[in-house]
Design a protein around this ligand. Sequence first.
Ligand code: AMP
Length: 424
Amino acid sequence: INSKNPIERNRSVIEQSGIKTLLTGFVDDNILKLAAESNCKLIDTSKLIDSEINLSLPNVSDDEIAYILFTSGSTGIPKGVPITRANVDALMDAFYDLGYEIDENDRFMQMFELTFDFSVICYFAPLVKGASIYTVSNEGIKYGNVYTTLEDHEITFACMVPSIITYLKPYFEDINLPKLKYSLFCGEALYDDIAQGWQKCTPNSKIINTYGPTEATVFCTVYNWNPEIKNKTLNGVVCIGKSMKNMMSIVVDEKGVELPSGEKGELALAGKQLTPGYWKNPEKNKEAFFKLNVNGTETETTFYRSGDLALADSDGDLMYLGRKDNQVKIQGFRVELGEIEHHAREFTKVSCVAMAYNNGSGITILHLFLENYLGTTEALQENLKSKVPFYMVPTAYTLLTNFPLNTNGKIDRIELQKLLPKEL
Ligand code: AMP
């Protein structure tokens, strides 16, 4: 649970997952209110008295859930992704199989909220090798803190979302981080020009582009970007490579039939890192998972429809082509535009369309269109702040008397898109 998220959202997560106890390292009014309103016992871990450490391992099944993360849901209700201990184990196994040289002298950076699954690798990967972890302060400007953490602590392994580097782009000329050995990206499209610029700032770092949804435990495909060659890209986006050790990825058509290389389709994922299914959500599970006999085998394999469009090239490397739905990434956070529209509509009672666009310098902006809305956007913005995490609150609004409609009488999103500002 992220205490910075609106209380209503956290209450929904507590209710859905049946949480009865909250553990926290600090207590503030928000947490007290949340515990009281959701009938949870609150334990302040900073007040606990040290006891003897018992290092004997409890007997816990691999199928036991390690954590549940809630991601944006288009219906307005966040959906829970349970990840088992076996899923995390498979990720760690595959990660170390990549052959990166990590030992107890390494220094990892951890810049993510614990409710973002990328944080899982930032803790587990160094801990199992006895390496150090340096967390990034949340006070002040995040990308500035990322830079000072990298420099001050001579970080050797950094996991980052590309957005952070995009924010640092104006300072590339002045950045020099020779101690960084690995820059591992995940969470959103990595653009080749960003990779090139970052390589100049970090002359000794290997740039790695990983891909994966929360449903497949952090990341499950890898591409090693190489400064010596012309890297594989499509529309400027760096290739997402091949599946990691315990995973399988195929490109399928609408019916779930595997497509030959070179053909564009939806990326479907299977293997040991795959969640057993959405938490108490049979409907969503039916939509998102399907079974397939692969390579003429008798046994059926469960695949997850990622919603990502991709194609495999003749080497089997996957090229990322965007989303097939209205899911976008804002500063690396996964956002369903439908969830924003749902909350905006509830408050305004008018038609709303949320859109994300690039402001010209690589930063994604959330824009909300409202039809015939007579209230103020300030009041709407305040209301949204109490419903959704900060990164889901639109920063720009356009009020229209009537939405343009297409020939089917539906809201014409393409026409609306034309009304977006080109550059800030
Ligand atoms: P999350 O569940 O927050 O990790 O978000 C997963 C989604 O992020 C994926 O389904 C993709 O749409 C996007 N994503 C993750 N990694 C990459 C990548 N390397 N390139 C392009 N998109 C990515």
